[in-house]
Design a protein around this ligand. Sequence first.
Ligand code: PLP
Length: 402
Amino acid sequence: MTIERAYMDHNATAPVRPEAVEAVARVLALTGNPSSVHAEGRAAHKIVEDARVAVAALVKAKPAEITFTSGGTEAANLALHAARNALGIRRIVLSSVEHDAVRVAAAHSGLEVEVLPVNENGIADLAALAGLLDAPGKGRTLVALMLANNETGVIQPVAEAAAMARAAGAFMLTDAVQAVGRMPVDFVALGADMMLLSGHKLGSPQGIGALVWRDELAFEPLIRGGGQELRRRSGTENVPGIAGFGAAARAAARDADAYTRIAELRDALEAALKAAVPDVRIFGENAPRLANTSLFSSAGLNAETLLMILDLDGFAVSAGSACSSGKVARSHVLEAMGVPPELAKGAIRVSLGLANTRAEIERFVQSWARAAVKARAHESDVKTGAPESASVRAAASSAVPA
Ligand code: PLP
């Protein structure tokens, strides 16, 4: 019997949109280096510039403020490098829930790093930010606050933080990788100086992203060479990836309304989880969140075991924290929100997309609730060294009707 698959891991990567597939295929059939002056080169150049216009429009930035990179991680590294070397930044204040792309780049940036705490809902503490900004003698500061968190979906008060940063003479970086295409993003209204984007979360191929850099600000490249991308990032452009990113950006702008339906699906998922397992805890539930994301757990679960069971049942979801090399690492996001390790360890993230259906949600909840019973039994057996008891096996098979 073949198991029907349901992909619910869009915050890890989203399916490539048909428009992006078509744009990539069209470019692959062409030849031309965007730096060449002949007709083929000029055609490739036009593809890149059209995509720049589309990506800029999606985030309400100017096309000249967009530098294409290999993704969000490179954009983060480039931003910190340029901030330090072109803007004279000496210190970075970053929220405790930033993605590793920013956290680890900051740790290796040569900047002094200070951490901005979040509350139990995962929202940055702006009173603490005021204190951190009022720091005479610390040198120029960059505040890094992501727009939406990849694990919880919690949306941060970036505009407020940016206004505070500006008033204190500091700069503002926002990681909008998860937000773009899933909520309206306006670079100017946010008041940020720099913003990170990644194509593959909104339906482009992987390996393409962008740094948005406010056009009045000085810049310094990280990758030097032939001076492509307005001298901000050398190397022959990834023309197929850029074309795919542009097409995905246009499609995302067109499909923005779909997120109302996705929010209804997410709410249905959470209501069903609560009905099936009353002690389920949904992280960031009381904060504004992305419409597509739900991170939840219940006592005594182990996400690694759950993921395997859910995968066998046909569901592609994630553990609360990113898995690297197939291992589930402890979530610094849940730790920062004060979630006890015992509960954090069982956290599962569902991140929905355009193709998910109510029937998939219903099947998922049944599968998760059954898996939770099995995983709890496995955990208690591991603790006591006892073999799985017959009564637990019976509970696992009868907990929720399949
Ligand atoms: N920032 C956030 C919030 C992310 O979720 C990710 C990817 O998971 C990144 C940055 C890194 O983006 P990329 O995969 O394009 O390097």
